[in-house]
Design a protein around this ligand. Structure first.
Ligand SMILES: [Zn+2]
Length: 402
């Protein structure tokens, strides 16, 4: 492990790495122009990335004034990051390279009703299996990003909620997974991770919101290429925006929360009151599996299932209009396991309502899209967080072995 010493300018290095990742091969002059940084700052940042082995020089190109420009290029295999996103019903694990490309991916079991210790040991085993499958040496792995629901204390790596069971509240998730794998672990909000995962495939300075739906509903906002974190990274909780002012009390303390109406638990809860629907769709498995069955039935014309999904879509649109009105983004991206199968059904409804109702529609349009891999985006984002945290925290930076 080499040390680069305390350096508060690491965010600069992170921003430069993002740009090199986007452009792959680029000169320092172009980097300075694109970021507005001085040549000296840029040279310093590139030198640091070269010392880490993350970029290397690949010859020269002639510039418009005839001066040769030395080109630098990303080294995708210089390091790898692991990402795991989980909730009660589902989980995905990925290993990505420095370019953000997924090298290995696995569907993993959700947490269910199990104790956190049991779940984390299973995920630690999955990390081993994934790294072995891709023949990636441990020394090249920067760490693991673990994404799940909030509220959470990212610094301490713990959840501050008794969900899915009281055992999870303040259980040392990050510390325990770190101990079991020998790799640094960063805890992250799943919806924010989904935003970072989508950002990995977008322009370095893009502005968009991710509407995330898996076991529950959340959102992430990316402003100028960076996740909006608020004071404690517990904001943009779209699922706990009240869409029925006098609605039933939610576990969070608020009334008529979106999650209780549009989310898998809300939709499935309604369906479980309808005996013919239960037997017709074979409901009664877990909440997400049941929700997907209802969505599939609605897509194939089951009238009762359609009513449930329509209610879900309408309320999701109300909350999404609020989200767009607050953050003035140009794009809404749908991500998460619940959108993986029939996200286009939600996409059309959201697009129609946004076109009619968002405040800034006369200034710019707001496009709704599905994430490239809706179910994988949060795990990919969690993996990206590991690198981001390392680069953006001042102090010693561990260098992966080459
Ligand atoms: Zn709530």
């Amino acid at each position: 492990m080499r040390s680069f010493g305390a350096d508060t300018r690491m965010p600069t290095v992170a921003a430069v790495l993002d740009l090199i990742r986007e452009r792959r091969t680029v000169s320092r002059v172009e980097l300075a122009e694109a970021t507005g940084m001085t040549q000296a700052t840029m040279t310093h940042a590139v030198r640091k990335l070269m010392a880490m082995g993350f970029v290397h020089e690949v010859g020269k190109a002639r510039s418009s004034n005839g001066m040769p420009r030395r080109l630098v290029e990303l080294v995708p295999e210089a390091s790898y990051q692991v990402g795991i996103q989980f909730d009660r019903y589902t989980a995905v694990g990925v290993v990505i390279d420095l370019a953000g490309a997924t090298v290995v991916r696995r569907d993993l079991p959700g947490a269910g009703d199990r104790h956190p210790e049991e779940v984390l040991l299973e995920y630690a085993g999955a990390v081993d299996t994934m790294l072995d499958a891709a023949s990636i040496p441990r020394e090249k792995v920067l760490g693991i990003g673990l994404a799940t629901h909030g509220p959470q204390d990212r610094g301490k790596g713990v959840l501050l909620t008794p969900q899915p069971s009281p055992d999870w509240r303040e259980f040392p998730l990050a510390a325990r997974l770190q101990e079991a794998t020998g790799l640094p672990v960063a805890l992250e909000n799943d919806a924010t991770a989904a935003g970072i995962g989508v950002q990995a495939k977008a322009d370095a300075a893009s502005n968009f919101a991710v509407v995330f739906m898996s076991g529950g509903i959340g959102a992430g906002v990316i402003i100028d290429g960076h996740p909006y974190r608020g004071a404690t990274s517990n904001g943009v909780e779209l699922g706990h925006i009240s869409v029925e002012a006098r609605g039933p009390r939610c576990a969070c303390g608020n009334r008529g929360c979106l999650d209780m109406i549009s989310g898998p638990a809300g939709v499935t809860g309604q369906a479980m009151r309808n005996r013919s629907l239960i037997s017709r769709l074979g409901l009664g498995k877990d909440t997400l599996t049941d929700f997907l069955a209802i969505g599939r039935a609605a897509a194939s014309g089951d009238a009762e299932a359609e009513v449930l999904i329509d209610t879900s879509k309408q309320h999701l649109a109300i909350a999404t209009i609020t989200l767009v009105n607050l953050f003035d983004v140009g794009r809404v991206v749908l991500a998460g396991a619940a959108f993986a199968e029939f996200g286009d059904v939600y996409l059309d409804a959201l697009q129609e309502d946004l076109d009619e109702s968002v405040f800034m529609r006369h200034v710019h349009s707001v496009q709704v899209r599905l994430a490239e891999n809706p179910a994988d985006a949060p795990a990919v984002g969690a993996a990206m967080v590991v690198l981001r945290d390392l680069l953006e925290s001042p102090g010693e930076f561990p260098t992966p072995a080459t």
